[in-house]
Design a protein around this ligand. Structure first.
Ligand code: ADP
Length: 504
């Protein structure tokens, strides 16, 4: 029997993306479909989402034709004071993909800037209310507010969707509740708001409790979802264990430990339609595991694009948000070491101004060896994975990580911190793994100068043994990091929860 799942996310490709969550939410419907799960995704109506949705409904040719525009499935007179409509579309943007619902609430979501803040990068002061309205509307949909539309389970992603499981538990629409799953894509973002918000968001007094939404005297949206959901997932098995400890749990470690049996780690997949070196239109020279020599043209092109010296020594790349989480301060410290050993580095990233300054100063000391591009450039990130020899990912914590997976798929050997999904997806080139032909990269711990510079030295040494390096590239490219396995794992989890709930 087909299981009907409502997936609630604040981002999903191709509609809106600021990070890995968007890739996951966008890919899930197709990943679970082969396993009997019909997934509908629900997004807030940001301007970009509404524009793309509108484009799915071309203007009618004849004047007499019905007015073009997305179908309106429901209208709310007011959700916590704001009128809203539920619009229908499809996720792939072309009009024939998985079903999409969009909450069109102009007062809260039709604003310039990003999904969470203004053009200057400052968070909207009413983010608490914005995502409470989003979660409430989803709970209404889950409860059957749209005639003929029913769901068996709700899947909430990150704090922005965290109140939805709480509404299903404490205030279900029409008294009709369904089970829910809460996924943590990054524990560092918890959606914590002042207590005053509680009085605006339509929850009963009983929800102001330890097992409800109250968190350190305020409203904790991720916390609320973690308490109320029937199961919790995060995006790698190692991260699922790490968040039981204070350093990674960031205050929620006790809750995670108390729900231990319901916490699952499922690694993200990558979309082979987007990330496949054999078909990638963004790269100069396409290649496969059997034609690795063709990568060389991409390396030459990358050197030229970044103004780096042209040679056959190792070329490292970094594609990253420039933040403390990503270990970019430690990377800046190690740049002299990398260049001193004959390595070169091409970095693409955007983020903290302080880190941009540190990295720029280091790059300036090594013209021709180290070059930076500050900004966000999807196509360039493809060219870098295709032309770089190794990708550095020195994250202090990394729930799953995608860039190392792209590196594996593109023969760009990952050099990663041994944490979260990085630990789960990269096989360290220890002697046994090299001998068995299983090694796919280099792991190091902890994230500090000594470890990262040691890992860079190891990578350069491995690179000098070209037969070993080739074997690592081939093992990485042959590994399966598509959604095949993870789609099955999510579907299995949904089904077991739905079954348990029907028995309860
Ligand atoms: P996070 O979601 O924590 O930023 P992930 O590794 O899970 O980290 O996902 C980051 C995604 O964003 C990847 O798809 C990566 O290629 C992309 N990305 C990060 N920075 C840039 C950039 N400056 N330009 C292009 N793509 C980037």
């Amino acid at each position: 029997m087909t299981l009907r799942v409502l997936s609630l996310a604040s981002e999903a490709v191709p509609f809106v993306k600021t990070g890995g969550l968007a890739d996951v939410a966008g890919a899930l419907p197709a990943a679970v479909a082969p396993h009997g799960v019909a997934m509908t995704t629900m997004l807030p109506g940001y301007p970009g989402v509404l524009a793309r949705l509108g484009a799915q409904y071309p203007a009618p040719k004849s004047k007499r034709a019905k007015a073009a525009g997305p179908k309106v499935l429901h209208e709310w007179e007011a959700i916590f004071g704001h009128s809203a409509r539920l619009l229908a579309g499809t996720l792939d943007g072309a009009g024939d993909g998985a079903p999409l619902l969009v909450l069109d609430c102009p007062a809260l979501f039709d604003r310039p800037g990003g999904p969470y803040g203004n053009e200057a990068g400052q968070d909207w002061p009413d983010n608490g209310l914005r995502f409470a309205v989003f979660a409430r509307s989803a709970a209404d949909v889950a409860g059957g507010i749209v005639e003929g539309m029913e769901f068996d389970l709700l899947h909430a992603h990150d704090w922005q969707a965290g109140l939805a499981p709480a509404y299903l538990k404490f205030a279900p629409y029409g008294g009709h509740s369904i089970p829910s799953v809460m996924t943590i894509h990054n524990m560092a973002f918890q959606g914590h708001f002042p207590a005053a918000l509680f009085h605006q968001i339509g929850l009963p007094a009983s929800a102001w409790a330890m097992n409800g939404v109250e968190y350190h005297g305020g409203v904790g949206m991720l916390k609320a979802g973690l308490e109320a959901a029937h199961a919790i997932t995060t995006v790698s098995p190692t991260y699922a264990l790490e968040i039981r400890e204070p350093h990674f749990g960031m205050g929620l470690e006790g809750l995670i430990r108390s729900r231990g049996a319901q916490v699952h780690g499922i690694v993200n997949g990558i979309d082979p339609a987007e990330w496949n070196p054999a078909t990638d239109a963004a790269i100069k020279s396409q290649f496969t595991v059997r034609s690795l020599a063709k990568r060389q043209a991409n390396k030459r092109a990358l050197e030229a694009e970044f103004g780096l010296d042209r040679n056959d020594g190792p070329l490292f790349i970094v594609v990253s948000r420039l933040t403390w989480q990503k270990g970019m301060d430690v990377l800046a410290q190690c740049i002299d070491h990398l260049a001193g050993l004959g390595g070169r580095l091409a970095l693409l990233g955007s983020g903290d101004a302080g880190l941009v300054g540190e990295l720029s100063a280091a790059a300036a000391r090594h013209p021709g060896r180290v070059a930076l591009r500050i900004g966000y450039d999807e196509a360039l990130s493809h060219r870098m994975q295709a032309g770089g020899d190794a990708i550095l990912v020195p994250s202090r914590f990394e729930p799953c990580g995608l860039t190392q997976l792209y590196g594996l798929a593109y023969g760009c050997v990952p050099v990663v911190a041994r944490t979260g999904g990085l630990a789960d997806t990269v096989v360290d080139a220890n002697l046994a793994a090299v001998k068995a032909g299983a090694a796919t990269g280099v792991q190091f711990a902890a994230v500090d100068y000594a470890s990262l510079s040691g890992a860079i030295s190891r990578a350069i040494l491995l690179y000098s043994q070209q037969d070993v390096w080739r074997a690592m590239q081939k093992a990485g490219m042959s590994a399966d990091f598509t959604w095949r396995q993870s789609g099955a794992a999510y579907a299995h989890l949904y089904r077991s929860i739905a079954l348990e709930n029907s028995r309860a």
